[in-house]
Write a protein of this length. Structure first.
Length: 378
């Protein structure tokens, strides 16, 4: 039976609609219409706001689970459930730099999770281990290295869903990047100390984006544009940003929004296990990380991911950057879908798209989410 989501302010693919019901059947959106079909089951949203479901390309953990520690379908299910309550309806479980064996286990877990229809799983994000030691952040140095051919093939081995690989282009030759992208891997530049020319060569070889812009990358300076300069200068690539008030200054984020074409900046959380969990601490590479003043930090003060949810990222984008709600919501849904090559079916409320929604009240509190036409209350 079709379901009619009615009496809502709908952010459709064309803009705001106050007169439309969204008709869903078989996990897809059939249409937006002003007349509810008589045989449809009515779901009254009581004047709330219906947004495209949020998509998070960088989810290290949640609900007390770190993907590196539980690379299994069960671990992914727990992470997804924690973020779903906070508005995320599509996500990439993200593996922080680890051993080839752990990479293999994580890729296998995502394959199983998608086959078992774990809600919201879109693929995997391998953040490393082909990263710069100079810009390693919280990644364990012992895992960081240039890849051999077998490791590159491992990165291409996911059978279901998308693969996003964050790498430092000074560690991976342009020819290897080209081969990865030709195999269907989405390559993102991050944790890199590369110069502008090296990043430009990676973009020309098919790299599509930048992982948590500004963080763990060579900065833009007057005579050395670095990774940041290459990212802001290139009109075709996408940049993920962590808008938590800690990772990047609001002024720097506003500069990025002005520099890049509309639609090329999207929100990520870089979330860690405390998101959606009562425990404010977790262990990464044998070191205890604690949330202090909203920041996930090591004992020495190094940022270690975030305690950010996607709905908080949307609120921060509105409050800190002056972005209107419709655009902030697209930065959390439409634009990451486009980055992942899923824009035809995800991140939009339009006929033929997947029925994934985030419902919020006027105070932007998540009240329910929908994945493939299935509703869960927050």
């Amino acid at each position: 039976m079709a379901i009619a989501l009615a009496n809502a302010r709908v952010l459709s693919a064309q803009g705001w609609r106050g007169d439309a019901a969204v008709i869903v059947e078989g996990g897809r959106i059939l249409e937006l219409t002003t007349r509810v079909p008589p045989d449809a089951e009515l779901h009254d949203l009581s004047g709330r706001i219906l947004l495209p479901g949020f998509i998070d390309c960088q989810v290290n953990g949640g609900g007390g689970v770190l993907f590196n520690d539980q690379p299994s379908a069960e671990g992914i299910r727990a992470i997804g459930a924690a973020h779903r309550r906070l508005g995320t309806t599509g996500f990439l479980p993200t593996l922080i730099s680890d051993t080839p064996g752990k990479m293999r286990a994580a890729i296998g877990a995502v394959d199983v999770a998608i086959a078992e229809r774990v809600p919201g799983v879109l693929g995997i994000h391998l953040e490393g281990p082909f990263l710069s030691r100079a810009r390693k952040g919280v990644h364990a140095e012992k895992y960081l290295h240039a890849p051999d051919a077998s490791e590159l093939r491992l990165a291409e081995s996911l059978h279901r869903g998308v693969t996003l690989l964050t790498l430092a282009p000074e560690c991976v030759p342009a020819d290897a990047i080209r081969q990865l992208t030709e195999a269907g891997v989405i390559v993102s530049v991050g944790h890199s100390d590369a110069d502008y020319a090296t990043v430009r060569a990676a973009l020309d070889a098919g790299a599509r984006g930048f992982t948590h812009l500004y963080n763990a990358m060579s900065p833009l300076t007057s005579r050395a544009p670095g990774v940041v300069g290459a990212a802001l200068d290139d009109p075709d690539s996408w940049c993920g940003v962590i808008v938590d008030g800690h990772h990047v200054d609001a002024a720097s984020l506003r500069v990025a929004l002005k520099a890049k074409p509309r639609g090329k900046i999207f929100l990520v959380t870089d979330a860690m296990p405390p998101v959606g969990a009562a425990d404010p601490s977790y262990v990464l590479n044998g070191e205890t990380i604690t949330v202090r003043d909203g920041m996930c930090q090591t004992a020495s003060g190094t940022l270690a991911g975030s305690a950010l949810s996607m709905i908080d990222a949307v609120r921060n984008t509105i409050d800190m950057l002056g972005v209107p709600l419709d655009e902030a919501a697209r930065m959390a849904s439409t634009y990451p879908a486009d980055f992942l090559g899923l824009g035809a079916t995800h991140g939009r409320i339009g006929a033929g798209c997947r029925a994934a929604f985030t419902v919020v009240d006027p105070q932007l509190r998540v009240t329910e989410t929908w994945i493939d036409g299935v509703r869960e209350t927050a």
